[in-house]
Design a protein around this ligand. Structure first.
Ligand code: ADP
Ligand code: MG
Length: 698
C-alpha cells in the first residue's frame, strides 16, 4: 500500500490545524476519510415554519429582501430579512461588540458582501425569542451563498455533521473532507475486499462507499455505504480472530488432570450449602475442559451473587489435587483480600496452602511468598495484577482464574495472555457480553452460565429518591440492627479528589447520623487501613460505610441491607448493578436507593433500567448499547473493538455475513496467500502492527 499522505497535504491545513486533527486521531488523509459523520442533517428542503424551535436547527433557502445595520451603544447589529419561494420570511440578526481599537475594521464586511438584495442564500440556524418585524427571528449558525461552488456540500443536501474538537467547525470539516475526497488520495484508496465477496454481497467499492458515507445523495445510498464499511470492519476483525483461533488450536497441554476427590470431597462436605443446579452444571463443564488435552479458555458468566467464587475454587482444588498450582486474580486489592479471606474461611481444615500477593504486600512478606511459589509450597495464590509481574515465578502454575475480567485493562490482559499461553484459563464476569459478539469473534471461547441465584435470596427494592428519603431508610434499617452503604462517585477519574470529596461527605454524614457508627473507605487509604475498615464493617463494629466505588465488586456482608448511591447519574449501568449486588446477600429484604443529582436523559434511562430489572444479562446488553462495546471490554483506548461504521446490535445481519464469509475465506485460503486476497492480508497485517496484537482472546 502506498505511503500514507499526511493531512497537511490538504489545502488550508497547517501545523496548527493538524494538531487539532491529531486530537481526533486523524493524522493522514486516509484517517480523515475514515472519520465518519456523527450524524446527518437533512438540508434538502426548508424547514416548515411551524417546526421552528430553539432546540433544532432550521434550514432556510431564500432571497435577501432587505439588510440594515443598526448602531447601538456597545454592540453593532446587522439584520437581514429573507423570503423563500413560498413567501415565508425569516429575520436574521448578527451582533458584534464594538471594537474601538479596530475602528477601521468593519465586523460585518463579509456579511455585507454576501447579503446583497436579491442574492439567494442558505441559512442554518435556530429560532430565538426576539420579536421580528417580519416572520421569525433566527440566530444564524452557518450561511452559504447559493451560487458559490462549495455550497453544494453544505446545504441543499443530506449534510454530514462531525464530532468536532474545539477550534474546528463543521463547515471547515466538510471543506477538508471534500478536498480529501477529490484529491488523489481517494483513487489511492485500495479495494481490500476480495472481488468475489464484493460481488456476492453486492457491495459498493471502497471509493464509492467513502464518498457516500460523507456526502450521501439519499438515505438509501447512505445505507448501502454504511453496509459496505461495516462489513469491512466486521470481516477484518472476524478474520483476525479466525486466524488466531487456528493458531491456538494446535497447542496441546503437556500435563493432565485426574479427578481424585482427595480435596474436593472433604471440601464439599464441609461447605455448609448445596451447589445450585446451575453451579453443578458449570462445574461439570469446567472439569470436562480441564480433563481434555486442549487448554481451557472458558468464560464463566453469572449474575452478581450467583456464586461464581466457589465454582472457581472447585476448579482450583482439582488443580491442587493433581499437584499443580492455581492462581486467582482480582481487579482490586479489596476484592483480592476478600477472596483470600473467603478461601481461608471455607477451606477451614482442608490442607491447602493459600497466599495473597498485591502491590501493597510488604517486601519481606513478598520475598517469602515468591519463594513459596517457586518451590511449590504455596498451592493457591490470590492477588491483583501483581500476580503477573515478571518477578513472580511459579513452580507449576496450571490454572489461572480471572475474576471480573472486564475490569482489567487491555495491557494487563495481554500480559496475562502471555503468561497464561499454555494454561487453563477461566475468566469470570457478572457483566456478560452479548452472545452474538462472543461467538462471532471469540469463536473458541467456551461460555458457561450460572443462570440461577442460590436459594433464599431476598428481594432488593430498587428506587430513585431524594437524599432525605434515602437517609430515612438508612435510619430505620440501622435501628433494626442492619447496616448500610452510602456510595459517592469517582470524580473525574481521580482517586485523590474523590477521596477528598468522600471524606467531606463523611464528615457531613456523621452529623446527620450522630447516633450511629460510621466509617469511610476510599482508594487512597493504605491497604492496612482498608482492611481494618472492611473487617470492622464485616464484624458489625460500624453501621454505615461511606465509600467510593472501591466496594463495587465482591464485597460480601450479609447484614448490610441498604445501598444508597449518591449522584447515581454518574455511574454506568454495570457499576450500578454491581453496587446493588452488595446488598440482598442475607436473609433480610434489602434496598438500593439511587439518588440522582441532575439527571440528563441518558442518566435517567440508566436509572430507569436499574430500577426495572435485576437481570444482569439484560443490563449488560443495554449497557453495551448505551456505551458501545469498546468501552465495556476496556479496549476503547486501543481501538480494537471500536467499530466506526458497524454496530453489533443494529447490524447483526451484516455481522453474520462477515462471519460466514470469514469461515469460507479461511477454509479456501487459510494463509490468505492467493493474489486476490493479498490486499486484505496486507490490511490485516497493518492493523496488527498498529494495535491488534493486543487482540484479546481471553
Ligand atoms: P459472585 O458470583 O457475585 O462472585 P459469590 O461467589 O461472591 O458471587 O457468592 C455470593 C455469596 O453466595 C457468597 O457468600 C457465597 O458463599 C454464597 N453462595 C454461593 N453458592 C451458594 C449456594 N449454592 N448456596 C448458598 N449460598 C451460596
Ligand atoms: Mg464475585
Amino acid at each position: 500500500m502506498s505511503a500514507p499522505i499526511k493531512i497537511q497535504y490538504l489545502k488550508g491545513i497547517g501545523p496548527a490545524k493538524a494538531k487539532l486533527f491529531e486530537r481526533l486521531e486523524v493524522q493522514t488523509v486516509q484517517d480523515l476519510l475514515h472519520y465518519y459523520p456523527r450524524t446527518y442533517q437533512d438540508r434538502r428542503l426548508n424547514t416548515p415554519p411551524n417546526e421552528y424551535n430553539s432546540d433544532a436547527l432550521t434550514v432556510f433557502k431564500g432571497r435577501v429582501l432587505s439588510t440594515q445595520q443598526i448602531p447601538a451603544k456597545s454592540v453593532l447589529i446587522f439584520k437581514a430579512v429573507l423570503e423563500d419561494e413560498k413567501g415565508a420570511h425569516i429575520e436574521c440578526t448578527w451582533f458584534k461588540r464594538r471594537m474601538y481599537r479596530a475602528f477601521r475594521f468593519d465586523p460585518f464586511g463579509q456579511l455585507k458582501k454576501d447579503f446583497h438584495i436579491g442574492t439567494e442564500v442558505w441559512v442554518i440556524g435556530r429560532k430565538n425569542d426576539r420579536s421580528a418585524m417580519f416572520g421569525t427571528q433566527i440566530t444564524v449558525e452557518e450561511y452559504y451563498v447559493a451560487a458559490d461552488v462549495m455550497t453544494q456540500w453544505h446545504a441543499g443536501r443530506l449534510t454530514p455533521i462531525y464530532a468536532l474538537t474545539e477550534g474546528l467547525t463543521n463547515k471547515q470539516f466538510r471543506q477538508f473532507m471534500v478536498e480529501a475526497l477529490q484529491s488523489a488520495s481517494l483513487t489511492d484508496t485500495p479495494e481490500i475486499l476480495p472481488p468475489a465477496l464484493l460481488q456476492k454481497r453486492k457491495l459498493l467499492s471502497a471509493p464509492q462507499a467513502l464518498k457516500a458515507i460523507h456526502f450521501p445523495n439519499s438515505m438509501a445510498e447512505l445505507d448501502v455505504a454504511r453496509t459496505r464499511l461495516a462489513y469491512e470492519e466486521f470481516l477484518l476483525l472476524a478474520t483476525a480472530w479466525g486466524i488466531k483461533r487456528t493458531q491456538t488450536k494446535i497447542l496441546a497441554k503437556d500435563y493432565s488432570y485426574e479427578v481424585k476427590k482427595t480435596l474436593l470431597t472433604p471440601f464439599k462436605n464441609q461447605l455448609g450449602f448445596e451447589f445450585t443446579n446451575s453451579q453443578k452444571k458449570v462445574i461439570n463443564e469446567i472439569f470436562a475442559d480441564l480433563l481434555s488435552p486442549r487448554p481451557m479458555n472458558r468464560l464463566l458468566q453469572g449474575d452478581v451473587g450467583s456464586g461464581k467464587t466457589v465454582v472457581a475454587l472447585c476448579a482450583m482444588l482439582l488443580a491442587v489435587e493433581n499437584g499443580y498450582q492455581a492462581a486467582l486474580m482480582a481487579p482490586t486489592e479489596i476484592l483480592a483480600e476478600q477472596h483470600y479471606l473467603t478461601f481461608k474461611r471455607i477451606l477451614k481444615d482442608i490442607p491447602v496452602n493459600v497466599a495473597i500477593l498485591t502491590s501493597s504486600t510488604k517486601t519481606a512478606q513478598k520475598k517469602k511468598i515468591l519463594a513459596g511459589l517457586a518451590d511449590g509450597t504455596i498451592q493457591i495464590l490470590v492477588g491483583t495484577h501483581a500476580v503477573i509481574q515478571d518477578s513472580v515465578q511459579f513452580h507449576n502454575l496450571r490454572l489461572a482464574v480471572i475474576d471480573e475480567q472486564h475490569r482489567f485493562g487491555v495491557k494487563q490482559r495481554s500480559k496475562l495472555k502471555e503468561k497464561t499461553a499454555k494454561l487453563d484459563l477461566l475468566t469470570m464476569t457478572a457483566t456478560p457480553i452479548p452472545r452474538t459478539l462472543a461467538l462471532a469473534f471469540y469463536g473458541d471461547l467456551a461460555v458457561s452460565t450460572i443462570s440461577e441465584l442460590p436459594p433464599g435470596r431476598q428481594p432488593i427494592i430498587t428506587e430513585s429518591a431524594t437524599s432525605k428519603l434515602a437517609y430515612d431508610r438508612v435510619r430505620t434499617e440501622v435501628e433494626k440492627g442492619r447496616q448500610a452503604y452510602i456510595v459517592f462517585p469517582i470524580i473525574e477519574e481521580s482517586e485523590k479528589i474523590s477521596a477528598k470529596a468522600v471524606t467531606e461527605e463523611f464528615e457531613k454524614l456523621k452529623k446527620i447520623f450522630p447516633q450511629f457508627k460510621l466509617a469511610v473507605l476510599h482508594g487512597q487509604m493504605t491497604q492496612a487501613e482498608k482492611e481494618s475498615v472492611m473487617a470492622d464493617f464485616a464484624a458489625h463494629k460500624t453501621d454505615i460505610l461511606v465509600a467510593t466505588p472501591v466496594i463495587e465488586v465482591g464485597i460480601d456482608v450479609k447484614n448490610a441491607t441498604v445501598m444508597v448511591i449518591e449522584n447515581a447519574e454518574r455511574f454506568g449501568l454495570a457499576s450500578l448493578h454491581q453496587l446493588r449486588g452488595r446488598v440482598g446477600r442475607g436473609e433480610h429484604a434489602s434496598y438500593c436507593i439511587l439518588v440522582p443529582q441532575h439527571a440528563g436523559s441518558v442518566a435517567k434511562e440508566r436509572v430507569d433500567i436499574i430500577c426495572s430489572t435485576r437481570d444482569g444479562f439484560k443490563i449488560g446488553e443495554r449497557d453495551m448499547q448505551l456505551r458501545g462495546p469498546g468501552e465495556i471490554l476496556g479496549t476503547r483506548q486501543s481501538g480494537e473493538l471500536e467499530f466506526k461504521a458497524g454496530d453489533i446490535f443494529k447490524d447483526r445481519d451484516i455481522l453474520y455475513w462477515a462471519i460466514e464469509d470469514r469461515d469460507e475465506l479461511l477454509s479456501a485460503d487459510p494463509g490468505l496467500i492467493k493474489p486476490e486476497h493479498s490486499l486484505f492480508r496486507l490490511k490485516l497485517q497493518e492493523l496488527y502492527q498498529q494495535n491488534w496484537h493486543l487482540i484479546d482472546l481471553s
